[in-house]
Design a protein around this ligand. Structure first.
Ligand SMILES: *[C@@H]1O[C@H](CO)[C@@H](O)[C@H](O)[C@H]1NC(C)=O
Ligand SMILES: *[C@@H]1O[C@H](CO)[C@@H](O)[C@H](O)[C@H]1NC(C)=O
Ligand SMILES: *[C@@H]1O[C@H](CO)[C@@H](O)[C@H](O)[C@H]1NC(C)=O
Ligand SMILES: *[C@@H]1O[C@H](CO)[C@@H](O)[C@H](O)[C@H]1NC(C)=O
Ligand SMILES: *[C@@H]1O[C@H](CO)[C@@H](O)[C@H](O)[C@H]1NC(C)=O
Length: 709
């Protein structure tokens, strides 16, 4: 299931690209036409099955596990009984490599999805997965291996096994992956042919994402600090709408910069979680930036045109350089024994269990040290450094232990170190010096008369095959049908990036694009689904945002219909990008896509001001884009706890094919305060056979503000 732990967030995002640079393997491209299968990969010619058994849990299936001899590629197939199988397989491609045991795992990192094995069986599909040719989460010296080659060899062999088991038939294949895995789902479609028939990349980014989306976010979050609550209130329903109100000039400018870069103002409610987790992810990527452009980090503090040379008070105050010693080196188990919540998920367990991954320092300043470098001054590791994920008191957590940071193994208690955040702070305006040109309108804010305002550095986006973890750069030359699922409030895979990708696909397919490609932009959705388990989050996340998981399930099912039966998938969402942010039409008929549009009113408005005990009338309207399915249910949450205990009276307008419904109810509030009641409504597509089941229940929500005095 989804976990609320920091560690999960930490590796939620992009592929970890820690080593790809060391021996930067150039992408070996296998290019083919749509149905012409790519040639057999010479690396993967000897598949060997080492386990083949029937299992009854969680439901009956044949489990096949194996290895490609002479390589690190391992795979698992989950093959349902003949009466369930309908001639297809689904294949997840995770952001991080290293495990062929994710499909039925209960605790996995990042944007791997829960329950997809059962969903696949209920969709007539076998499930296929691999460790992407890697024994660890890093892309290794040839990132094309985890990028698509390991997955392609696995898919090819899975077909052979399915032919033997179910008899000769055309076996359709579908690949899906989120975030760093979206790069892979795209690489699979672009760099192979005749392997998969459909691909669902979700929460997808573009070739300019790393490091720029992180740097601009870290900059704004550092400067705005606790004032984020003002932004949340202003941006929320029934708020002032002026997100800049009450902020000083430096904060206003930082907020404007990140907003115009693509961060939705409504996404700020996740400030605490986002700052910690993305700082931690970024601290792992920073090493690559440093290796690719080392002089930047001095220029920033010394040369004109860089923020550090004319530093603001806040920047000077944030900078720390502190000398101390190592008190002890700690493994994951020892960190946990100290009571620090740092669980190790199954798909990285083997890497982290026994290696040191934390430094206990003799002392550390109480300033924010997130992202700091710890440099060794004495001992066997003198001159080496590691990046901290985050600090818990004087304990600095370093992710992935020894494999990611070989020098950790050389560090000993008593060694003298300097903890310093100059590199992390300098990185926070790096995007200003990375203008990738007019294809990327969010950089317009850093241009004057079409020219960059700030001094420019070599473009890291031109080395994206190294940074994406796939050994390739997205080019839109798809060889499968594709439905790209993007989140309208995504805080790190910025949603305008799907517009960039569409433009590439259009260059490739021209007028035929509509026959093969869709973007579904998901309203009120972020980079990870809402997590109701965070006790400190009020109102609960699931009263603010929705999960994209049912949409991914629907996208796979619509691809099946499109590929196998020629039924085109519902239209792309009709969204516009205005100054970096996504705008969606208010009416479902204009918005299109896959999701209901939900509006809620309290006493007829977005905000109701009432007295304790006074009755408040709630009225909701739910609309579906034409022809995509039916509204099936609705539920209300009055107190912000996210339990959705009230269903109200749902009136479905049958005359309009169940595409429009209204909800009426009333409630009283017995305690003074501000409440954000929410209406959540679900829809399903017509050709599904499990209306009562839990899959693909696509939903959306509407909210109001009720102030009780
Ligand atoms: C793969 O290796 C195993 C031994 O580990 C051997 O039994 C098998 O024949 C090999 N398969 C192929 C196709 O080379
Ligand atoms: C230094 O920064 C301030 C704003 O913080 C700005 O007004 C001033 O022009 C800058 N000076 C130079 C030399 O860039
Ligand atoms: C964990 O690593 C050890 C040593 O590298 C290896 O022998 C073992 O098979 C690995 N376990 C898993 C589950 O990958
Ligand atoms: C898309 O939305 C715009 C409004 O933003 C509207 O004018 C246009 O008609 C819509 N397109 C379709 C196909 O509905
Ligand atoms: C729906 O399921 C029922 C029984 O579960 C089955 O008899 C029927 O053929 C299915 N319909 C479709 C369209 O798959």
């Amino acid at each position: 299931m989804w976990s609320n732990t920091i560690f999960t967030c930490v590796i939620t995002v992009f592929a970890i690209t820690g080593q790809s640079l060391v021996a930067s393997g150039k992408g070996r491209e296998i290019i083919g036409l749509n149905d012409e299968p790519s040639p057999i990969d010479p690396l993967y010619t000897k598949p060997h099955i080492d386990k083949d058994e029937w299992r009854d849990k969680p439901v009956r299936h044949r489990y096949v596990h194996g290895i490609f001899n002479g390589t690190d590629l391992r795979f698992s197939f989950y093959l349902p009984p003949k009466e369930i199988y309908k001639g297809r397989f689904f294949q997840p491609v995770s952001a991080i490599s290293g495990s062929e045991n994710v499909v039925f795992a209960t605790f996995v990192v990042g944007v791997d999805l829960p329950d997809m094995g059962l969903f696949g069986f209920d969709s007539g599909a076998a499930m296929v997965e691999s460790n992407q040719g890697r024994l660890d989460p890093l892309p290794g010296s040839d990132p094309t291996i985890p990028g698509y080659r390991g997955s392609a060899a696995t898919a090819r062999f899975a077909r052979e096994v399915m032919q033997k088991m179910y008899g000769p038939h055309r076996t359709y294949g579908y690949v899906y992956g989120g975030s760093g895995g979206a790069y892979k789902a795209q690489a699979c479609s672009e760099s192979t042919s005749g392997i998969w028939d459909g691909s669902v990349p979700f929460i997808a980014a573009s070739p300019v994402a790393i490091p720029n989306v992180f740097t601009v976010l870290m900059h704004a979050m550092r400067i705005i600090g606790d004032d984020y609550e003002k932004i949340v209130d202003a941006a929320d329903v029934g708020g002032s709408g002026d997100i800049y109100a009450g902020l000083n000039t430096e904060k206003k400018e930082a907020l404007q910069e990140v907003t115009r870069f693509g961060l939705a103002p409504a996404a700020w409610f996740r400030y605490t979680r986002s700052y910690l987790s993305y700082a931690a992810v970024f601290s792992q990527l920073l090493d690559n930036v440093y290796r690719m452009d080392p002089t930047y980090f001095d220029d920033f503090w010394t040369k004109p045109g860089y923020l550090g040379s004319n530093a603001t008070q806040s920047l000077l105050k944030a900078r720390v350089s502190h000398k101390t010693t190592i008190k002890a080196m700690l493994t994951a188990k020892q960190v946990q024994a100290l009571g620090i919540d740092f669980p190790v998920p199954e798909n990285v367990k083997n890497v982290t269990d026994n290696a040191p991954l934390a430094l206990w320092l003799s002392d550390a300043p109480s300033t924010d040290l997130t992202g700091s470098v710890i440099k060794l001054e004495t001992g066997a590791a003198a001159g080496k450094w590691v990046y901290t994920l985050f600090m818990v008191g004087p304990i600095a957590l370093i992710t992935y232990g020894e494999r990611n940071s070989p020098s950790l193994g050389l560090m000993k208690a008593g060694d003298s170190v300097i903890i310093d955040n100059s590199i992390f702070l300098a990185s926070q305006t790096y995007h200003r010096h990375q203008d990738p040109g007019p294809e990327y309108p969010v950089w317009e804010q850093f241009r004057k008369d079409g020219k960059p305002i700030y001094p420019q550095r070599p473009l890291l986006s031109q080395r994206y095959d190294e940074l994406s973890g796939t050994g390739t750069t997205q080019n839109g030359k798809i060889n499968t049908k594709m439905i790209l699922v993007e989140s309208q409030m995504d805080e790190i895979a910025l949603p305008w990036e799907s517009r960039w990708y569409e433009n590439q696909v259009r260059k490739h397919l021209g007028a035929d694009m509509d026959k093969h490609y869709r973007t579904w932009m998901i309203d009120k959705s972020m980079h990870t689904p809402p997590d109701r388990m965070i006790p400190t989050m009020y109102p609960a996340e699931n009263t603010r945002i929705v999960s994209y998981i049912p949409v991914i399930q629907q996208a796979l099912r619509d691809l099946v219909q499109w590929v196998e039966n020629g039924v085109p998938a519902p239209a792309s969402t009709n969204y516009t990008v205005v100054d970096g942010n996504i705008q969606l039409p208010d009416s479902a008929a204009q918005r299109l896509g896959i999701q209901p549009v939900v509006t809620l009113k309290a006493n007829g408005k977005e905000r109701a001001d009432v007295k304790v005990g006074e009755s408040v009338e709630f009225s909701g309207v739910i609309e579906l884009p034409p022809g995509i399915g039916k509204i099936i249910s609705a539920e209300l949450d009055f107190d912000g706890l996210g339990l959705y205990l009230n269903t109200g009276t749902l009136q479905v307008d049958a005359s309009a094919s169940s595409e429009r419904a209204t909800v009426q109810t009333s409630s009283r509030f017995w305690l003074k305060g501000t409440y954000f009641p929410a209406l959540r409504a679900y829809s399903q597509r017509p050709f599904q056979n499990d209306t009562a089941a839990k899959w693909a229940k696509v939903h959306n929500l509407g909210r109001v503000r009720v102030v009780v005095a």
